[in-house]
Design a protein. Structure first.
Length: 245
């Protein structure tokens, strides 16, 4: 397991890793007098569009928040509908994503997920494992605190088994146990729909990320707006706690 920790202090090159909290599907559907799932279906179309826009925008890593550990509190109908949507999307898009050079991986706790969904997740991860054009990571049953809890448990087991010396444990060690051990930290986190919250997303990894909160509801968030948000990021100076030169 390796952790990539490269800090891009010259944002003019654009963010390499963009993470997105795709919010506003429910409100988008409601404003049209439709059920919430209608909004989630429209949201999937945007995921496809944004993934396809990544190579031209030089975004190598795209991480999207599809389902949080808190989303189980939604109605049974919405949860079931979302799970079905994920399974269908993953199965139907696998070939195209493979052909487009997208490597798909998932973060989050899979244990609680339906066996059929887990199977298509495993399959697409294996199928696209040789791709390197765009790295799409889908956070599914993901929560930052849950991830830290699971990572700490695994780390503690290593210490208890004598394979890891507690005295050597530092932030790099812990990062190796996180779901995101294969990813660089996000340079930019975007949240749509006008809400300005982190909602338990990539808590550890976004310590130095830039944030952009946009009012657009996720199903209306086009590749053109994505490009504009990235251009805005390019005007920022990232200091990582240091004083500017
Ligand atoms: C938040 O909007 C959105 C979700 C919880 C689901 C997001 C999922 C998708 C867009 C599908 C993506 C699928 C894959 C496989 C990547 P909300 O329902 O909280 O909206 P609201 O705040 O308006 O109620």
């Amino acid at each position: 397991m390796t952790t990539i920790r490269q800090h891009d202090t010259s944002p003019k090159v654009g963010p390499r890793h963009v993470a997105v909290i795709m919010d506003g599907n429910g409100r988008w559907a409601k404003s049209r007098g439709k059920p919430r799932l209608f909004g989630h279906h429209a949201g999937v179309k945007r995921v496809k569009e944004i993934v396809r826009a990544c190579p031209d925008l030089e975004v190598k890593y795209l991480t999207v928040f599809a389902f949080s550990t808190e989303n189980w509190k939604r109605t049974q109908a919405e949860v079931t509908g979302l799970m079905k949507l994920f399974r269908r999307y993953i199965a139907s898009e696998a070939r195209d994503l493979l052909a487009e050079g997208v490597r798909v991986r998932f973060i989050g706790d899979r244990v609680q997920l339906d066996a059929k969904l887990r199977r298509v997740m495993d399959e697409i991860e294996l199928l696209t494992s040789g791709n390197d054009r765009v790295h799409l990571t889908v956070a599914l049953n993901y929560g930052g605190r849950d991830e830290l809890g699971r990572a700490t448990k695994r780390l503690a087991r290593e210490v208890a088994a004598g394979r890891l010396d507690a005295e050597t444990v530092d932030e790099t060690t812990l990062a190796r146990f996180l779901d995101t051990c294969f990813l660089p930290d996000p340079d930019l986190v975007i949240r749509t729909s006008g809400e300005a919250r982190i909602s338990n997303f990539l808590l550890w990894q976004s310590a130095y990320s830039e944030y952009e909160f946009v009012n657009t509801l996720w199903p209306d968030f086009t590749a053109a707006e994505f490009a504009r948000v990235l251009a805005q990021y390019g005007t920022r100076e990232r200091r990582f706690g240091a004083v500017p030169a």
